[in-house]
Write a protein that binds this ligand. Structure first.
Ligand code: BTN
Length: 254
């Protein structure tokens, strides 16, 4: 164990005052054989990456931008399980830092009072049989003020400061997050995905709710029955049939 008291995550922490993207730095480290648990942090990113080729606004001095390198001994098709792991760790950290209504949005956002507070971007480097490494990219809006959000934002967003009226210590939040990641990763290695999914599920508030999902150019309306052990969303449709959704945008119906 190290100064953080963790077994895996944060064995090595590399800090940049500014970089293009912590995920890109973590990829370089992954390719050059850096140990599992290496964490890259940046104060600001000039080309922060979001999902679907979008940008992640990354102003200096206010937020958390982290990428964690892991080498889980699982098949590449299980890589998406690690997204639930990072989301659960972020949700626990937010809940431990302030009493806020934290929830997770399937498959990979963390919300406070229905507004996005964190984004996750996991990237895989694998052959067909084996994961070389995975980069868990985590951005959490901590002390960002309303005027620092991009104008063309497509979703309602918030920060710890906006949600609580108080600023949070970035170093304390970061330490807390790395510890939660470590606890969940140890659980994942020793007991598999089920306990990690249970941790995530405790923040998921759409079970039994009617939702609409856009995926594969099609809109499906159904009731959320749960998740399967790959993290796919299970829906019961109007005619009683079941549908497994692997990716897509889920919105609750009133
Ligand atoms: C999303 O679109 O919701 C995912 C955003 C992920 C942002 C984080 S910030 C740290 C890491 N480095 C990046 O370039 N992106 C991720």
């Amino acid at each position: 164990s190290n100064a953080l008291g963790t077994r895996h995550i944060g064995r090595q922490v590399i800090y940049f005052a500014q970089t293009d993207s912590t995920n890109l730095r973590a990829h370089e480290l992954g390719k050059s054989g850096a140990p599992e648990g290496t964490v890259v942090l940046a104060d600001s990113q000039t080309a922060g990456k979001g999902r679907l080729g979008r940008r992640w606004s990354s102003p200096a001095g206010v937020n958390l931008y982290a990428s964690v390198l892991v080498r889980p001994p699982v098949a590449p098709r299980h890589a998406s399980q690690l997204t639930f792991l990072s989301a659960a760790a972020v949700a626990r950290t937010v809940a431990e830092t302030a009493s806020l209504p934290v929830s997770v949005k399937w498959p990979n956002d963390v919300l406070v009072a229905g507004r996005k507070i964190a984004g996750l971007l996991n990237e895989l480097d694998a052959e067909t049989e084996r994961i070389h490494y995975l980069v868990l990219g985590i951005g959490v809006n901590l002390n960002m003020t309303a005027d620092q959000f991009p104008e063309d934002l497509r979703y309602p967003a918030t920060s710890m400061l906006l949600a609580t009226g108080r600023s949070v210590s970035r170093i304390d939040f970061t330490r807390c997050l790395l510890r939660h990641l470590d606890v969940l990763y140890e659980l994942y290695l020793t007991q598999g995905f089920v306990p990690v999914l249970e941790a995530w599920m405790s923040y998921f508030d759409l079970i039994g709710r009617a939702v609409e999902v856009d995926y594969h150019d099609r809109r499906v309306v159904g009731t959320v029955a749960g998740l399967d052990d790959d993290g796919a969303l299970l829906l019961v449709l109007g005619d009683g049939s079941r549908e497994r959704v692997l990716a897509g945008d889920v919105r609750p119906l009133k």
